[in-house]
Design a protein around this ligand. Structure first.
Ligand code: P6P
Length: 341
């Protein structure tokens, strides 16, 4: 690609906005602010080993997980990049139990930002890839300030969803309902440049499954049988699969999006709703995957149809190549049949 054909994220957003005459520019401004936050977080993540941001704060978040210093830093960076924009009525963060209001000093807007500021933070100290996940909803309540009603919306109501992957390079991948596009940060100029136009999940994709197999004993019979199929232990004559698991949702999802396969975080006897959060982890990834031609399910139905009952509600997640997600649903349906028997 010659320099003259460089497409920055800003240009891409402006061109996308032009194709929506009703666009007010608010949406573009929100995405622009997210990219600023992503650049700042990327800078800190990439030098985390050098400055005192490693290690836990000694605090625990709403999930009861120890909070890494970089988690809180990332939340503050995103909040401070967005709070004065005049486009948001509130925000929701994995690191905060309640809704994050917009300061009284600033005007409120018509959108809600939900985000996981730094997912996979337990990987920070071992220099494994981590990520930020976000989604944007339109305000639905009448008041000026955002309410739970504005936040607890189904994934099918998302206006946009995206993630930032802090890996061997920093990438921002997003969709606003017109395909999925990936941008790679060029640190030498501080710009996200279009590197993956209109991402489509390969079909047939790679024969890859991604799951934490340590929990096998806690899974349902249907889930265990699905794993036996993937391992070629059933009576099927199909070639077996390969396993890939990083333990960081954004990294495992990104590989699945680009290569195909399936990522699974099932329910189990200890976590009947799984571990991942619906509002700011599963639903954004579901929008991205389905916009790229894949599928996202809780094992029974579409993630995008689930209406959250709580900000931090968990859900099982099966996401990736549609045929593999449908295969998973068929095995899990055996559970329902056996339970009904
Ligand atoms: P486990 C990271 O803590 C995270 O929230 C996701 O990024 C990741 O997919 C999952 O948990 C890993 O969970 O139980 O395999 O360690």
């Amino acid at each position: 690609m010659t320099e003259s054909h460089v497409v920055t994220l800003e240009r891409h957003i402006i061109e996308a906005e032009r194709s929506h005459p009703e666009a007010t520019g608010a949406f573009s401004n929100i995405l622009h602010s997210i990219t600023l936050a992503a650049k700042i977080i990327s800078r800190e993540v990439n030098k985390a080993g050098l400055v005192d941001v490693l290690g836990a704060t000694g605090d625990t978040n709403i999930q009861g997980e120890s909070v890494q210093k970089l988690d809180l830093y990332a939340q503050d960076v995103i909040y401070n990049a967005m709070d004065h924009s005049g486009h948001l009525c509130c925000m929701v963060s994995e690191e905060s139990e309640d809704i994050l209001p917009i300061p009284e000093a600033f005007p409120k807007g018509e959108y809600v930002l939900v985000f996981d500021p730094l997912d996979g933070s337990s990987n920070i100290d071992v220099n494994a890839s981590i990520g930020t996940i976000f989604a944007i909803h339109r305000k639905v309540s009448d008041g000026e300030d955002g309410t739970l009603e504005d936040c607890l919306q189904a994934g099918c109501q998302q206006l946009a969803a995206g993630y930032v992957l802090y890996g061997s390079s920093t990438m921002l991948v997003y969709t606003s309902g017109a395909g999925v596009h990936g941008f790679t940060l060029d640190p030498s100029i501080g710009e996200f440049l279009l590197s993956h136009r209109n991402i489509r999940i390969p079909d047939p994709g790679a024969r890859l499954y991604s799951i934490n197999e340590a929990y096998y004993p806690r899974w349902s019979v249907g889930q265990q049988r699905l794993m036996q199929h993937f391992k070629g232990l059933g009576d099927d004559s199909e070639p077996s699969f390969s396993s890939r698991y990083i333990g960081s949702l954004v990294a495992d999802f990104h590989r699945t999006l680009l290569k195909g396969g399936i990522f699974m975080y099932p329910a189990d006897s200890k976590n009947p709703n799984g571990k991942l959060r619906l509002l700011y982890e599963a639903a954004p990834m579901a929008m991205i995957c389905e916009q790229a031609g894949g599928k996202a399910s809780n094992g029974i139905g579409s993630i995008l149809d689930l209406v959250p009952e709580g900000l931090h509600q968990r859900t099982p997640l099966y996401v990736g190549s549609a045929p593999l997600v449908e295969l998973a649903e068929s095995y899990l349906a055996e559970n329902q049949a056996e339970m009904g028997a």
